[in-house]
Design a protein around this ligand. Structure first.
Ligand code: IMP
Length: 421
């Protein structure tokens, strides 16, 4: 019997999970997304081509891999259709290799309108949502109003849709949002016809039978641990469980089936949207990181906030997920900096702590130490990496007690260095 590995982000998303899954995917029979929806943007780069996936698992470019959109995901059929169309130039056949859970929730046009209305209502406390309707769709799921992918072939689907939409319209009127969504509605129903061409089934059986038959599975997380609805910087979070536990509920996998947990993190930190960010650089150095790291959102194009690596936050994420191996991305972005900083502790109300606080305010300080910089010009193996970078890595391993197994030094599949066992 085989086991399942989980790959997830340890920061505020955008850690480079798309590249990591794409790199690891050839080792697996199945790649499955377990939470989130079109708020995600997983960027893959190969053979000089760049591609961003939002809802489709990152194993899609490998013809022998089955890709699953699990029950924990919220699917926007309009965006799904666009994503499928964007795959046309590639020599792949997603109808054959992509399977949708009948229990995944649908994002309907009024969900995105509600997202906008609810954000406006929050005023200066807005979350900075991607406005893809994620929060309202998960609200309907737990409120037990939601529509699921398996419902679309049922005779009463239109009636259920109309009922939910009229509830949303009443809410939108209260929020003062204009409620003309005729164009999106016809696009939505056209897109459902595309969805119907795919295999829609109880994917929990598909996955568990695959486990019994010795197949290997990679569960692909979206967003990051610090955006988790339970443990992230609430309320500035997304609406799903981005942690390893989310792979169990979002795919129907028992915890004892999970083996490796690959935690992806950037050599520094970024965040889009509002909310606390202890090591944020709101100065020229932050602008420099943004420029060098090309830090703008893969989904919304918004500039990302940038700051130094935050070890207490990374350690918290390793603890919550039981990370077995770390994968550090974008080490090349810090290349050629004179000095690189790392946060080891926070100072909160005069006390030093290594614990991620319940609430982080501007009165708190991230206490950083600096390490000498490195240059990544040229080709490297793990052991020939510059001394200061190796020191940076060993500080991370010492702090988190988790080995850094892979390092990414550029966007291409080829720019990946693996630590020898
Ligand atoms: P929502 O999930 O669209 O409601 O957004 C909630 C928060 O999570 C906002 O701060 C978003 O910017 C952030 N967020 C959502 N998805 C991603 C992602 O894939 N990468 C990074 N941040 C994200």
């Amino acid at each position: 019997m085989s086991k399942v590995d989980v790959l997830l982000g340890l920061q505020w998303g955008d850690e480079g999970k798309g590249k990591a899954v794409d790199f690891l995917a050839p080792n697996y029979d199945i790649v499955a997304r377990f939470q989130g929806g079109p708020n995600a943007g997983h960027t893959l780069e190969f053979k000089g081509k760049k591609h961003v996936l939002h809802q489709i698992p990152s194993g899609i470019f490998h013809p022998n891999i089955t890709n699953i959109i699990g029950n924990g995901v919220v699917i926007d059929p309009i965006i799904f259709r666009k994503e499928i169309n964007a795959l046309q130039p590639f020599d792949i056949n997603p109808i054959q290799t992509l399977v949708l859970s009948n229990k995944a929730q649908l994002i309907i046009p009024t969900h995105s309108l509600l997202d906008k209305g609810l954000e406006q209502e929050k005023g200066t406390n807005k979350i900075g949502s991607t406005l893809r309707g994620i929060g309202p769709a998960y609200q309907d799921k737990v409120g037990r109003y939601g529509l699921r992918v398996g419902d679309i072939t049922e005779a009463d689907f239109k009636a259920k849709y109309n009922k939910l939409t009229s509830q949303h319209v009443a809410m939108l009127q209260r929020l003062g949002v204009a409620v003309d969504f005729t164009a999106q509605e016809s696009e939505f129903f056209e897109s459902l016809e595309i969805l119907k061409r795919f295999k829609i089934q109880s994917t929990e059986y598909l996955i568990n039978n695959a486990i019994l038959n010795g197949k290997s599975i990679l569960a692909e997380g979206a967003q990051g641990t610090l955006l988790d609805v339970e443990f992230g910087s609430y309320p500035y979070v997304t609406s799903s469980n981005t942690t390893a536990a989310g792979a169990c509920t979002g795919l129907g996998i028992a915890p004892n089936k999970i083996k490796n947990i690959f935690g992806i993190f950037k050599a520094y930190c970024t965040r889009v949207g509002s909310g606390p960010f202890p090591t944020e650089l709101e100065d020229e150095q932050g602008n420099e990181l943004r420029r060098l790291g090309n830090e703008s959102g893969a989904t919304t194009g918004r500039p990302r906030r940038c700051g130094w690596l935050d070890l207490p936050a990374l350690n918290y994420a390793c603890m919550l997920n039981g990370v077995t191996q770390l994968f550090m991305t974008k080490a090349d972005v810090l290349s050629d900096m004179q000095r690189v900083k790392v946060c080891y502790d926070y100072e909160i109300n005069g006390k030093t702590t290594k614990e991620f606080p319940f609430q982080y305010s501007r009165m708190h300080t991230a206490k950083c130490r600096s390490i000498g910089g490195w240059s990544l010009a040229g080709k490297f193996t793990f052991d020939s990496l510059p001394e200061n970078l190796l020191r940076f890595i060993s500080e991370i391993e010492h702090y988190t007690r988790v080995p850094v197994q892979m390092i990414s030094t550029g966007p291409d599949r080829e720019d990946t260095i693996i630590k020898p066992n």
